[in-house]
Every structure is written in C-alpha cells, then in structure tokens.
Ligand binder design. Structure first.
Ligand SMILES: Cc1cc2nc3c(=O)[nH]c(=O)nc-3n(C[C@H](O)[C@H](O)[C@H](O)COP(=O)(O)OP(=O)(O)OC[C@H]3O[C@@H](n4cnc5c(N)ncnc54)[C@H](O)[C@@H]3O)c2cc1C
Length: 376
C-alpha cells in the first residue's frame, strides 16, 4: 500500500477544497426553510458534478480510488457537514443502489441524471421499531399485474423532504428489493421535517406508504435480505467514517488556531502545557483515524471479503474519536466554544450521529467480535 497521494489526487483535493470553501460560505448549518435547503443541495450537486466527486465509488475514475474518495469526503465534511450528509445520501448511497443493482434502463433513467447533479435521491431503510440489523423489514410489497403495491413506514430519511426520488427498502415475496418512489406518488406521505441535535442544515423526515402503487420497472434488484442490506449498511458506514474525519479536522484546526491566537493570563493558551497535551491527543486521534479510514476504503476495493469487518472497525474508532476530538476542541475554545456557531460546537453536536446511524457502535462491536471469532 502506497501512503502518498499522487499529483492527480492532490489536484482533485484542491479542486474540491476550493469549491467547498465557496459553497460553505452560503451557510451550511442554518436549519433554514426546507425550500432553501433543497435549493442549496441542488446547487452543490450541480457544482460537484463538474468534478469527479459524485462519480467516485460508482464509476471508475482514472487515478482516483477508495482512499481518494475518503480524503475528498473529509474535505467536504470539514467545510459543510450538513451539505456533506445530504450529498452523500443522494450520490453515494442512492447512487450505489442503482450502479450496483440497477439494470441498463434504470441506470440510464436515474443514475445518469444523478451523476450530472440533476436529481436528488434519498434512502428510506430504517423502520419504526428496532433497526434492520435485528429483524426482517416490515415494509412489504406485492406484485399486482405490471405494478407493485407497497405498504410500510420509515423513519429518519435524510433528504426525504427535498428528494425527487426515494429508494425505499422492503420485502417482496421472500426477497428484499428497492422501490423507487417519486416525490409526489399517490400513497406516499412525508412526515414533518425533524429537528435534530446536529446536521440541522440537512432536511430529514419520516414517511409512510399506503397502497403506494409503482410500475414494476421501478423495482431495483431482488436480493437475499442479509446480503443486500449488508451492502447498503457498508456504504452508509463508509459515508459516516468520511463524515467523522471531516468533523475531527474542522474541530482540531479551529482549536489549534484559537490556542495560538487567543491569550489568557497574558499568554497564548497554547503556552499552557495541558492545552498542548490536548492538541497532541486530538492530532493523534485524527491521524490514526485517517490511516484506518483509508485502509478500510482500500480494502473495500481490493479485499472485499474483509471490507465489512474493517469498515466497522473504522466506523467505531472514527466516530468515537470525532466526539472526543470535538469535545476537547470545545474545551480549548472554552466560552467561545460554547457559543453557537463555531466549528467545534458544530462538530460536537454532529459527532454523536455517527455512532447511532448506519450500523450503531453497539451492533458494530458485536459484528467485529463475530468476525474475529469467524462466526457465520
Ligand atoms: C439524523 C439521522 C439521520 C438518519 N438518516 C437515515 C437515512 O437517510 N435513511 C435511513 O434509512 N435511516 C437513517 N437513519 C436511521 C439510522 O440508520 C438508525 O437510527 C439507526 O440504524 C439506529 O436505529 P434505531 O434508531 O431504530 O435504533 P434501535 O435499533 O432502536 O437501537 C436502540 C439501541 O439498542 C442498541 N441495539 C439494537 N440492536 C442491537 C443489537 N442487536 N446488539 C447490540 N445493541 C443493539 C442500539 O445500538 C441502540 O443503542 C438516520 C438516523 C438519524 C438519527
């Protein structure tokens, strides 16, 4: 494994950094009205489509691979975490569903415009009670002639209020499949936008489906439950790892800058050894997380049989490190950190999400243990 990024990758990272600096200025963390959130997301997708970013992980891009994507995700997440989550659930999760299981017509119909930044997608997987790690999906579909009728409820759909198409996971006969539901479909009811601790600039809602009838050509894939949902969880977990790196980076940089520039007791606070130790621990966690995240991303492409376990290790480590680093950053900024609107407090609020969403850190630990013991 080569630990250096190539010139091609470095140029790509600069391109993404420059673009995201300008997009982040438009205000990432405002809860804002849903219309404004949707507008900001569409604008960002259009601009990102001018770069290779949206295509990574979905279509081969010369000189760019899994670790390049991980580094690019870190940049986007560090500058605009809410936008990052919204872009990723559309491009990397909704998009991968189509690139992995879609047939040629479905790719042409949905994937091509998605990669051009022309449509917004969402994933509706989680259900009302225990999550999909524990029991079969309660969302059920049944075939009726050349249509499929779907009933069920989903919670916490990122982009739900602004998406053009929602990929709903459900059971059909003894298999699982993804049902592509258009935003105004009869039988689809979107819940109110949910207010969350962090990522308040993303639009999130629950939804219900009551006899929602779609054409059979809007059913993507039919797969064994564990296999299909496992893949979706892997993609979500990769996104969350990238999110955590960005949160850590933003929190660390803001605390470092503040410690050098802010004086307390007639000297910069960096001069206090205890502050320096905190920064050292934060940097160690950030650097360890970056290495583990890139290793997991590389493994997903080159040794897929080990991808699940290593991605879960990265998810547990990076999401817990991000809470720790953000908390330490907030402590260094002290009063200024506790005031709303700075990178450290924003990272602190967002960090918890990573431990809950995707495969929770509890379930992840069980899975990592199972893999270590070679349990099926
Ligand atoms: C802000 C936000 C955005 C989200 N976005 C999306 C989205 O776009 N699409 C989507 O489909 N979902 C989304 N989710 C849902 C997210 O993936 C789920 O919340 C997550 O999977 C946890 O499910 P749950 O809340 O039902 O927890 P539960 O399953 O009810 O878990 C409760 C507690 O029990 C623990 N637990 C449960 N089962 C086990 C087990 N087998 N072993 C050990 N411990 C266990 C959990 O770790 C947790 O601590 C989002 C969630 C949030 C908060």
């Amino acid at each position: 494994m080569n630990y250096d990024f190539s010139e091609r990758e470095t140029a790509f990272f600069s391109q993404i950094d420059e673009l995201m600096q300008s997009l982040a200025e438009a205000g990432d963390s405002d809860r804002g009205d849903t219309g404004a959130v949707g507008h900001r997301l569409r604008h960002a997708l259009k601009r990102l489509a001018e770069t290779p970013y949206l295509k990574l992980g979905l279509q081969a891009q010369e000189g760019l691979d899994g670790p390049s994507l991980m580094r690019a995700m870190e940049i986007v997440s560090s500058l605009a975490p809410s936008l990052f989550l919204s872009v990723e659930m559309s491009a990397r999760v909704f998009g991968r569903i189509l690139s992995t299981w879609g047939n040629a017509e479905q790719k042409e119909r949905w994937l091509a415009p998605l990669l051009k930044g022309e449509i917004v997608g969402a994933l509706a997987l989680s259900e009302d009670s225990l999550n999909v790690e524990n029991e079969p999906l309660k969302t059920k579909a049944k075939a009726e002639g050349d249509a499929v009728v779907i009933n069920g409820r989903k919670q916490y759909v990122v982009n739900g209020p602004v998406a053009d198409w929602i990929a709903v996971a459900g059971a059909i006969e003894d298999k699982n499949a993804i049902f592509l539901i258009e935003k105004n479909a009869a039988g689809l009811r979107l819940g109110d936008r949910i207010a969350t601790v962090g990522y308040e600039g993303a639009a999130i809602c629950g939804l219900s489906l009551e006899n929602c009838r779609i054409r059979a050509d809007r059913v993507v894939g039919r797969f064994e439950p564990k296999e299909g949902l496992g893949k979706i969880r892997l993609w979500e977990n990769q996104v969350i790892v990238g999110a955590s790196l960005g949160l850590m980076k933003a929190a660390f940089e803001s605390a470092k800058d503040y410690a050098k520039s802010h004086e307390s007791g007639a000297k910069p606070v960096i001069a206090y050894q205890e502050v320096g130790f905190k920064l050292a621990e934060m940097l160690t966690l950030l650097q360890t997380s970056q290495l583990l995240a890139c290793r997991a991303a590389w493994t997903a492409e080159h040794m897929p049989e080990e991808a699940d376990s290593l991605t879960l290790c990265a998810k547990v480590f990076c999401t817990e490190a991000s809470e720790d680093v953000a908390g330490k950053a907030l402590q260094i900024l002290a009063g200024a950190g506790y005031v709303s609107g700075n990178a450290a407090e924003r990272a602190y609020r967002c960090a918890k999400y990573g431990q809950i969403a995707g495969t929770s850190t509890e379930i992840a630990r069980v899975r990592i243990g199972d893999c270590a013991l070679e349990k099926p």
